[in-house]
Design a protein around this ligand. Structure first.
Ligand SMILES: Cc1cc2nc3c(=O)[nH]c(=O)nc-3n(C[C@H](O)[C@H](O)[C@H](O)COP(=O)(O)O)c2cc1C
Length: 221
């Protein structure tokens, strides 16, 4: 698979089969992803890869919290600006329409949207998940380094066959994740990434993108 194909075939997959992802694939992907660039080569990410019993236990505990109506954990970072301005607000609304529209859930049905969103904490049925942490001392450029590491990981997964879905949703239950992983206190959970083989029976709308002119300016001499 060439790089263009890896980029265009990657999308947020939200339904996985229980076919395991071989440990050697995960090892190979993460060994290669460690070549992702970072400012001054800090490599400011720390990833935990969960499969088998520990992942099942995490899903069980998260499911119990949802069933009990537990509030989300105190956030360790702001996921979005408090008031999204244009054009980001419209893009987010369009995404919500697409994501929940594909499931036949109207915008007004907040409860049904929440029910659908709760699949996040089952890792959408995935047999593997990567939890990506960053040291709380780090600054904005290092968060962007972590993004590059994650995208490199997701593209390499495509080359090997599996799909993925990165999820900030896991940060809302960071204490439950920490119960399973016991990360050092200086780390913040940025996100989880579900990893597995796509369940093709689940509806996946392809998200669109803004026209290139909205996000890129070419300046020619
Ligand atoms: C940092 C980050 C966090 C995300 N968090 C979630 C999430 O919590 N739940 C979810 O279903 N998708 C999540 N996504 C997936 C985005 O919704 C998705 O990437 C976006 O809508 C573009 O669609 P595509 O990835 O299918 O091209 C996240 C993506 C990124 C990069």
């Amino acid at each position: 698979m060439d790089v263009y194909e890896a980029v265009t075939s990657r999308r947020a997959v939200r339904g996985f089969t229980d076919r395991p992802v071989p440990a050697e694939v995960l090892q190979r992907v993460l060994s290669a992803a460690s070549w992702a660039p970072s400012g001054s080569n800090l490599q400011p990410w720390h990833a935990y890869v969960l499969t088998g019993g520990p992942l099942a236990e995490l899903k069980k505990r998260a499911g119990e919290r949802i069933a009990a109506g537990d509030p989300w954990d105190e956030p360790e970072y702001e996921q979005y600006p408090p008031a999204l301005k244009s054009p980001y607000r419209e893009r987010r609304e369009a995404f919500g329409e697409q994501r929940y529209g594909a499931l036949g859930i109207p915008r007004a049905d907040v409860e049904a949207r929440q029910r659908a969103a709760s699949a996040n904490w089952d890792a959408f049925g995935a047999p593997a998940a990567l939890f990506c942490y960053i040291d709380r001392d780090m600054r904005r450029p290092q968060w962007s380094d972590v993004g590059m590491f994650l995208q490199t990981t997701m593209l390499l997964l495509r080359a090997e066959g599996p799909h993925s879905c990165t999820q900030m949703a896991w940060a809302k239950f960071h204490k439950t994740v920490a119960e399973i992983l016991s990360p050092p206190d200086e780390l913040i959970l940025f996100c989880g990434t579900s990893i597995g083989f796509e369940d093709v029976t689940v509806q996946h709308p392809r998200t669109g993108r803004a026209p290139l002119g909205e996000t890129v300016t070419f300046i020619d001499g």
